[in-house]
Design a protein around this ligand. Sequence first.
Ligand SMILES: [Zn+2]
Length: 94
Amino acid sequence: MDSKNNGKVQCRLCKNWFDYVNVLHLRHIHGITSEEYKEEFPYAPMQGSDYIERSQKACIAGHLEWWNSPEGQERKEEMSRNNPRRIFLNGYFP
Ligand SMILES: [Zn+2]
């Protein structure tokens, strides 16, 4: 697959590089929906790895409060019991 993409993803239609292939970009610039794009380019990624990493971090940050609550603490302990080989790091299992 694409390796030298700097964490970005390329729109297969206009060859521009983006953090992710935006639905509005497809609709306004190319006049197609994301479904049509996926049909046309089934193996083209829609999101760059940078974007995926950022959204995962944002998701984790959003859950930190919960992880630090009594309920989250309990869940954490349960997960470490079930997965003793995994190291718990900043509220998620890497
Ligand atoms: Zn495009």
